[in-house]
Each structure stands twice: as C-alpha cells, then as structure tokens.
Ligand binder design. Structure first.
Ligand SMILES: Cc1ncc(COP(=O)(O)O)c(C=O)c1O
Length: 487
C-alpha cells in the first residue's frame, strides 16, 4: 500500500490533465473554463473549472478505480486505520445508505438508534430492512439526546437475536460520543455488525485529547463527512471498512446505486487534499480547534446567565465522551430559547451558528476558526447577556417527544396507499412522511409510525419558534399524508 502521505494522487492527476488540456469532446460540456457563465467564472477564477473533468486514463474512475483514485483511497484508509476506504461525493447521506444496503437484506432486522440522521431511515426504505429502535438516553438538564447505552443494546439483542447489525451516530450533532468499544463487543457476541455514522467525527483520529474514533474502537464500518469538520468541500465524505465480516462486493454495488456515475473531480480532489492536510498537520489542526473551543467555553461560562456544556456531561445519560470542539450554549436563564439566541446572534451581530433547538444553540469550532472569531462570539454573547439580564428565566421549553410507536416497516409505509387528512385528525394515524426539524435532521416521526398529540404539538411549536422542518408534504401544516388504513 502506498503510504506517502505527502502525495495527493487525484489532485496530481487533475493538474496533469489541466496541463495536457486535450481538445475535449466529452462531458462536462463547459470545456474547462471556456463555457462557464461569465459572472460565475469571474467570481471563481479559471482554475477550478479546469479540473471539472471526466473519467479518463489519467483521472481514473470512482466506480472502478485502478490508478489515482485507488491510490488516494488507499492513503485515506492508511490514515484512518481502515482496511478499505471509499470516497463519497454525495455526503455521509449516501454512505449511510450504502452501509445499510450492504449489511441487511429485505425483512432482516437492524437495530437503529432513534436519534439518527434521516439518511439512515431513508436507507430502511431503500433496503426493506426492519428496524428495532434503540433510544438514546436523555440529558434532562440540557434536554438533548445522550449516548446509546451498551446495557440496553445487550438487552435488545437478547430480545431480538436476529438483528444483523447495530447502527449508531457517534459523535452526534451535539458532540456526544457513545461507548463504541462496549457496543462493538456486544455486536461481536451477537454476530452483528457495528455501523457508526461518524459524520461529525473525522477529526477525532488526530489527537488523544479528543474522543477516540469509532474504527479504533472496533466499528466494522463508519462514514465521515470530511466537509463538516475537516476542511473538504460540501458533500465530500468517506466510508471506511475495518472488518472481515462486511460483504465488500455488495457494499461496492450499493455505492454504485447511491452515488452519481459522474462524480465530481473537484470534490474528489478536495477529499484527497483534505486527507493530505490531516496526514501532515492533523494533530496540530485538531488541537488548535480544541483549544479555541475550550477558550470559548470557559469564557462563555463566566458570563452571567449563560451556560456552555462540556466534559461535565460525561458519565450522565450514557455519554461516554464529549467532543469539546462543539459548543452547546444555553441562555434559558436570560429568558431566551435557542431559536431566539440564534436569531439575535445573526440579526444583531452577523454571527451564524450551526443550529438551534428550543433550548440551546450549537456552534462548531474548527481549525479554520481564528482567535478573532472566538472574540466576536464571546463578546456578542456578553452583549446579549447584558441586554437580557432582566429576562425571566425559562424553566422548560418544548420537550422532544417520545419515540412514536412503530407499526409498519418504513418501506411498506412509503409505498402504501396514502391519503391527505387535516392536521387535527392525524392523531392515531400511520405516518407516510418522515418529518425532521432541520438541523439536526433527526426525524420525530418516520413512515410507518403513529402520530401522537405530543408529536403534532411539538412540530407546531418548532415552527412557531422559528425552526425549520424538513419532510412536510404540506408546508402550511394544515394537512398531513398518512397511510390509508388506521392502526
Ligand atoms: C449525524 C449525521 N449523519 C449524516 C449526515 C448527512 O451528512 P452529509 O451532509 O455529509 O450528507 C448528517 C448531516 O447533517 C448528520 O448530522
């Protein structure tokens, strides 16, 4: 295996092709920079368009890699400690779909954490597998999901011994890391694969001060969004395999289903060069992000009325570790919900944070942030705290509803006969929709589950508090699409 991490084989191939610059009669039709719309070209510069090219003998083929892409994937595998790594140009979304498609067949059972990204549940629609849900514990003080309890996983495997795999998200959007080593051990004992959605965790492999990565703890497969925390362009992700139990041929075929047949060389170059950057400077980058985040956390915690969660969460609610580069900030003491705090930061201070829930905001600190960014955030939060010092503390906000009852496989519900009914009549009906506040994109109801009053109220509250909701068939929230038969 080629382990010269100074190399970037896809980038090298793309630059070589730009130099060769053959007369071009292939897709894409814009012929290097020549056919790009003038305004876009003037803004972006010419070079980026010179590497928006197709599969050739120089540039290799993602779906059948033999040269540059194969070498680049091998370098990534060596860096993250995988047996084999696949580049993804459709984000961790398609990685989750491919993992599930390759791990379980129609009608087989898969244990799935209840706080997964919607792509995981969409994978159930694609695969026809039957979910057994395992709910994360909750951290009441912050009203956020905690970790997945190994004891609960063990109990569910005893109850459903035919589960073929367990899929969990770790770290999750809030930086919560589950005990992957213990979960891997339970999966091994039950002959099941452990699949980890590590979309938020590719940086965790580069410093002992961060939680250990899932592959190093015994996961069979994981997906990582390099664009989320590791400097690559949006949609650039990885799927790693470290296991002899994974059906690699089925995985490759699954990837061909969920990935474009015209993968972007710009994105693949971005994966390749982000990998090189991490290989050469990963520890420095990860620890710089961590230091910036810890500085911010300490300073935010000294502002009256504000709280920023940290390693104090470890050990509660099955939280094994916290990725401290995530800042979970609450201003409930000042009378502000997460949604309100997020919009004040944007409207009054020109600061964009990743997401808000009804209680908290989440800010992601990366290596590319600067001390000035931290200063800007902390001083804006200080100003807000001063302005709202006489706010009436909120004791509770809208609570995430209980897991909906599951009565029909997501695939059967997705393809079932449906009807549109008034919102007020949906209680007790089987949902044909997957509805998720976004971010974080964790559905509160999936196809095949029963609407409760709690879920219906929660969605209305999220909307009225200014949150975005994905998956509604009727954006006005007057009607819902349900499976024709009632439970
Ligand atoms: C936990 C988790 N998994 C998967 C995804 C999808 O990743 P991508 O945006 O790379 O497709 C997201 C996106 O937010 C996510 O939060």
């Amino acid at each position: 295996m080629n382990r010269d991490q100074n190399r970037a084989p896809i980038f090298e191939a793309a630059m070589k092709y730009a130099d060769l610059r053959p007369a071009y009669f292939c897709v894409p039709g814009h012929r290097y920079e020549n056919g790009v719309e003038a305004g876009f070209r003037s803004f972006a510069g010419d070079n980026i368009f010179k590497i928006d090219i197709t599969e050739t003998v120089v540039t290799d083929d993602l779906h059948c890699p033999v040269s540059a892409i194969k070498e680049a994937q091998e370098l990534a595998a060596a860096l993250w400690g995988a047996d084999q790594t696949f580049f993804l140009v459709n984000g961790s979304t398609c990685g989750n779909e491919a993992m599930v498609l390759s791990a379980v067949r129609p009608g087989e059972k898969i244990m799935i954490a209840g706080n997964c990204h919607k792509s995981v549940y969409n994978a159930l629609i694609l695969s026809g597998a039957e979910p057994v849900y395992i709910m994360p514990e909750t951290i009441d003080e912050w009203d956020i999901p905690g970790g997945i309890s190994p004891a609960e996983a063990g109990r569910l495997f005893e109850k459903y011994p035919d589960c073929r795999a367990l899929l969990v998200t770790s770290p999750d959007y809030y930086g919560i890391v589950s005990d992957i080593r213990a979960l891997a051990e339970i999966c091994r004992r039950h002959g099941a694969l452990l699949l980890v959605d590590e979309a938020h965790g590719p940086h965790c492999y580069f410093s002992e001060k961060l939680p250990q990565g899932a592959l190093a703890c015994g996961a069979d497969m994981c997906v990582q969004s390099l664009h989320k925390t590791a400097g690559a362009l949006t949609q650039s992700s990885l799927l790693h395999v470290k296991s002899s139990s994974v059906d690699i041929e089925l995985l490759k075929r699954s990837l061909q289903i969920v990935q474009s047949s015209s993968p972007s060389y710009i994105l693949m170059t971005s994966i390749d060069t982000a990998r090189r950057d991490l290989a050469l400077h990963g520890t420095e980058m990860a620890e710089n992000a961590l230091e910036l985040a810890c500085t911010a956390r300490n300073r935010i915690n000294s502002i009256p009325g504000l709280k920023c969660a940290g390693r104090d969460l470890e050990g509660t609610g099955s939280v094994f570790r916290i990725d401290e580069t995530r800042l979970i900030i609450s201003a409930l003491q000042l009378g502000l919900t997460g949604f309100e705090l997020k919009s004040i930061l944007l409207d009054d201070h020109n600061i964009e944070v990743e997401m808000a829930d009804s209680r908290n905001i989440i800010a992601i600190v990366s290596n590319a942030n600067t001390q000035e960014d931290i200063e800007t955030l902390v001083s804006a939060l200080s100003d807000i705290a001063a302005q709202h010092s006489d706010g009436i503390p909120l004791s509770g906000t809208c609570k995430v509803p209980h897991q909906a009852e599951y009565v029909m496989s997501p695939r059967d519900a997705f393809f079932a006969k449906k009807k549109i009914i008034p919102w007020e009549e949906a209680q007790g009906c089987i949902s044909a929709e997957m509805i998720a506040p976004y971010p974080p994109g964790i559905p509160v109801i999936r196809p095949g589950e029963i609407f409760t009053a709690e879920i219906l109220d929660y969605l209305k509250q999220i909307r009225s508090s200014g949150g975005y909701i994905h998956g509604l068939s009727d954006e006005t929230m007057e009607t819902l699409t349900v499976v024709s038969s009632k439970k």
